[in-house]
Each structure stands twice: as structure tokens, then as C-alpha cells.
Ligand binder design. Structure first.
Ligand code: BES
Ligand code: MN
Ligand code: ZN
Length: 502
């Protein structure tokens, strides 16, 4: 989709369609009012006759409105004017886009970005409109033999801002929104790919493909042989039952003016399939464990957004690719593993595999002398119970990093909520035979998993994003959500000094 911003009055637009809001009950927005005036009350007459109440998401498509230059006018119900909030705004945009795509308008001028949304400015409204548009047009049909194609799809969308002064900020909002949207799309595409295609080598190939496009990006991989040399025996143990080799993909982006500036390090759990291993999962919805690489997909998508934004920071990203399968060679409950850090772990459940892969990846990244490390993982079912599908779980060993991530979540609409990392929970990981076990029991599962990781992140500032509830949707609209690309990209924008909210 091609996006642009404009500042002009609705009656002067010569477009296939112009989109204006109507509030409940039957109240015209300022722009609808302008159209009403030049059309001698055409719109208010319709409303009076009861054609549109203005309820959120209601639509009325009009053709050839008198004296209006555009071919069509789409009236969009926006609910009660005072109640228009962020969620409703995004829903309205999303419905508008689906409708426009059906009408045959290949371009449109949208005035919904002028509506008042509590506490949000033009930048936010334009950026969210871009992201929501791209998101609502997303489909994953790479594996369909027949693809559904819209006959006359929407191709060009112009967002109106109230004043010319806001044009520059609107353009920046489009650039940021498009970068996030493209990163999100890559995340979704890779995460939705079936596990017989998307294995650790596939993750690596996606990263390498990106590096061919961007000069500042370099990619290399660490396979099982090198992992053995490095002593990454926890990571190796998880992948031992799989026919697919464990591969850790390391992406380095050098954008800082000072080449030696400490990097921001991102680490993503990349379990391309998590069967549970010998501690096999129940069969119901096991297919969804292809999404256990959602952390890695999120990191990959964030790197895409970063490259597109061309930010002047240094970033290292690690995609911790691995597959957890039951087999004669699999690791087992009772095994004691020596991690790269030298600490030993008693395996009590082979389904608590994410922390085993991550702990070695987190030790591996020490060599980069990180400024901060953020890992993201579909780590615990307990996080879905605690926070559901709306907030990502966040745990951190440093307050200012936790604060920055919370703010990045608010600014991007991809929110996280902090949980404590108190020592009080630590004894749940005690093992009689090793330095720790990989299982913390049923209580506070998200916290004990993060506490496990915290034993490997003592040398740097670190935060952990548990995206088990937010990375994908189940049920009728099953599919990757593209989270946490928006929050991570927002954090990077902030670190590069390109965000007003830091
Ligand atoms: N990938 C799962 C976590 C998960 C489960 C995410 C369901 C989203 C939905 C992880 O590897 C896992 O199996 N965790 C176990 C840990 C337990 C054995 C301590 C869990 O959450 O049940
Ligand atoms: Mn598991
Ligand atoms: Zn898992």
C-alpha cells in the first residue's frame, strides 16, 4: 500500500472515495459537516431518514453526492464522540479498510485521522492507521494452491491532517508505521510457516536473505559442532531428539556513528516446534507449538524494521533455533546438563525447554559487551493464565530498562506488564543434585522461568518479554499477531532518539 499525508478540505478532494466520520447519535464530524454544506444537506437528510446511526463500525457508501468532486463518500460510524478511544479508533480503521477493499476504490482520502482520540496526537493517529491498515489486509496464503484475489484492491491511501504544520510529523508517522508494519509482516509470515518448512535452518536463511539487502547487517550461524566447542550443552540437549540441526543465527547491525558503541542485544526463542519432548504435550492444539519460535520471529521482524529505519545504533540479534522432539536420542527427565556458564541444571521436565535454549544463548551474548539484553520468548503457559492475550509479561533486572519497555509498549500499542523477579521465589528452582532444576512448580510459573534465566544474565542489564499469550491467536482467526515487533521497534526508535516518548 502506498500512503501519504495531506492537509486539505474534503470538498476539494478528487478521489475514488473520501472517508469521513459520523458520531452517534446521527452527528456529523467536522469534515462530514463540510460535505453536507456543499451538497445542500444531502448527508444530514440521509441521517434524518435513519440510514446511519453512527454506531462504531457502521458504514454507508454513497455515490455521486451533489457538488462533491470525489466519486464516492464513505460515511463511517465512530460511536459517541467523547468515547472514541485507542481501541475503537483502530477497530474503525480496520473496518474501513475492509470496506474500501470491497468497494472497488483503488485509492481513497481518509479523514478519520482528524478525529479526536483521547490523549493521542496526529503522529499516533497516522502511524496507527498505517499499521492497522497493513495488518487488516494481511493474509497468509503461501501454502494455498488457489489464492483469493481482490479484483480491485485498495492501493493508495491518503490520510488527512488538520493543519499544514502537521504534514512533516505525518510523514514521519508513515515511515515509522510502514517499518513496523513490514517487520510485523515478516514476523507473521515466518511464524505462520508450518514446522516442516520453518526449521532452524529456515530461520537462518531468512536472516541471510535480509543481510543481502542491507549493508549494515551481517549474519552468521552457530551450528551444533560449534555449540559443542562452546560448551552449550543445555541448548544442544533440547535439540538432540530432532532430525533438524539446532542452529543459532547471529545478526549484527552496525549503525552507530561510533562503531564501538555498545550494542543493544535481542535474543529470541526459536523453537520451530515444541512437542514437549519425552515429557510429551497432550495432543490438543499441539499444532500451535509451531509458534514456539514466535520470539525469534519477533526479533527477526524487528531487525527488518530496524534496517528499514536505518537507525544509528548498534544491535546484535540472536535467533535461538531448535526443535524439541521425542526420540531415542532425546534428553530425558533426570538428566543433568552443564550449561555454557558452567552452572548445572537438573532436567525435571523436557517441556521446560525454552529456558535451556535461552540460558546458553544468554551466556553466549556476553562476548558482545551489551549495553542491554532483551530476550523474548513464548516461554510459559502460566503467562497466558496471568495476563491473557493482551499484555506481554515483562521481567527485568534493572528498573530503567523496565520503565523504557513499559513506555515503548504504551507508545506502540503493544503493551507489556511487569512481574516481579524477587528472590523469594528462587527456592522453587532448588535441586538436590545440581545447581538448579529447570522446573519451578505450578505457582508463579512465569516468574520462576524468568528467575531461571536471571541466573545467566548477571553480567548485564536484562529484560525478558514472555509473549506466550500475545504472539499468536488461536481459534477462528488463528495466526501470528506479529508481536512483539512493535514494542521492540519502539524501544529501538527511543534508543536512537527518534521517539518523543522515551
Ligand atoms: N512453549 C511452551 C509454553 C507455552 C505453552 C506457550 C502454551 C504458549 C502456550 C513452553 O516450552 C512450555 O512447554 N512450558 C511449560 C513449562 C512447564 C513444563 C514448567 C508450560 O508452560 O507448561
Ligand atoms: Mn515446552
Ligand atoms: Zn516451548
Amino acid at each position: 500500500m502506498e500512503f501519504s499525508v495531506k492537509s486539505g478540505s474534503p470538498e476539494k478532494q478528487r478521489s475514488a472515495c473520501i472517508v469521513v466520520g459520523v458520531f452517534e447519535p446521527r452527528r456529523l464530524s467536522a469534515t462530514a459537516e463540510q460535505l453536507d454544506k456543499i451538497s445542500d444537506g444531502f448527508i444530514s437528510n440521509l441521517l434524518r431518514r435513519g440510514d446511519l446511526e453512527g454506531k462504531p463500525g457502521q458504514m454507508l457508501l454513497l455515490h455521486h453526492v451533489p457538488n462533491v468532486l470525489s466519486e464516492r463518500v464513505l460515511l463511517v460510524g465512530c460511536g459517541k464522540e467523547r468515547e472514541l478511544d485507542e481501541r475503537q479508533y483502530k477497530q474503525i480503521i480496520s473496518k474501513t479498510i475492509s470496506k474500501l477493499n470491497e468497494t472497488g476504490s483503488m485509492e481513497a482520502v481518509c479523514f478519520l485521522t482528524e478525529l479526536h482520540v483521547k490523549g493521542r496526537d496526529s503522529y499516533w493517529k497516522v502511524r496507527q492507521a498505517v499499521e492497522t491498515t497493513e495488518s487488516s489486509l494481511y493474509t497468509f496464503d503461501a501454502m494455498k494452491s488457489k489464492k483469493d484475489e481482490t479484483r480491485r484492491p485498495l492501493r493508495k491511501l491518503v490520510f488527512n491532517v488538520p493543519t499544514r504544520r502537521e504534514l512533516a510529523i505525518g510523514e514521519q508517522a508513515i515511515n515509522h508505521g510502514l517499518a513496523v508494519a513490514h517487520g510485523t509482516k515478516l514476523c507473521k509470515d515466518v511464524a505462520n510457516m508450518p514446522p516442516n518448512v520453518c526449521n532452524p535452518a529456515y530461520l537462518a536463511s531468512q536472516a541471510k536473505q535480509m543481510a543481502e539487502q542491507y549493508q549494515k547487517l551481517q549474519v552468521r550461524t552457530v551450528g551444533e559442532e560449534q555449540m559443542a566447542e562452546l560448551g552449550m550443552h543445555a541448548y544442544l540437549a533440547v535439540g538432540r531428539g530432532s532430525e533438524n540441526e539446532s542452529i543459532m543465527t547471529v545478526m549484527t547491525y552496525n549503525g552507530a556513528t561510533d562503531a564501538n558503541a555498545k550494542p543493544i542485544v535481542l535474543v529470541g526463542k526459536g523453537l520451530t516446534f515444541d512437542s514437549g519432548g519425552i515429557s510429551l504435550k497432550p495432543g490438543e492444539a499441539m499444532d500451535e507449538m509451531k509458534y514456539d519460535m514466535g520470539g525469534a520471529a519477533g526479533v527477526l521482524g524487528t531487525m527488518r524494521a530496524l534496517c528499514e529505519l536505518d537507525l544509528n545504533i548498534n544491535v546484535v540479534a540472536v535467533l535461538a533455533g531448535c526443535e524439541n522432539m521425542p526420540d531415542g536420542k532425546s534428553y530425558r527427565p533426570g538428566d543433568i546438563l552443564t550449561t555454557m556458564s558452567g552452572q548445572t541444571v537438573e532436567v525435571l521436565n523436557t517441556d521446560a525447554e525454552g529456558r535451556l535454549v535461552l540460558c546458553d544463548a544468554l551466556t553466549y551474548v556476553e562476548q558482545f559487551d551489551p549495553d542491554v539484553v532483551i530476550d523474548t520468548a513464548t516461554l510459559t503457559g502460566a503467562c497466558v493464565i496471568a495476563l491473557g492475550k493482551h499484555a506481554t509479561g515483562m521481567l527485568a533486572n534493572q528498573n530503567s530498562l523496565a520503565h523504557d519497555l513499559t513506555a515503548a509498549g504504551e507508545a506502540s500499542g503493544d503493551r507489556c506488564w511487569r512481574l516481579p523477579l524477587w528472590d523469594d521465589y528462587a527456592d522453587q528452582l532448588d535441586s538436590p543434585f545440581a545447581d538448579m532444576s529447570n522446573l519451578g512448580g505450578r505457582a508463579a510459573g512465569t516468574i520462576t522461568a524468568a528467575l531461571f534465566l536471571s541466573k545467566f544474565t548477571k553480567k548485564y542489564h536484562w529484560a525478558h518479554l514472555d509473549v506466550a499469550g500475545t504472539a499468536w491467536n488461536s481459534g477462528a482467526n488463528k495466526g501470528s499477531t506479529g508481536r512483539p515487533v512493535p514494542i521492540l521497534t519502539q524501544y529501538l526508535l527511543g534508543r536512537a532518539g527518534q521517539s518523543s516518548v522515551e
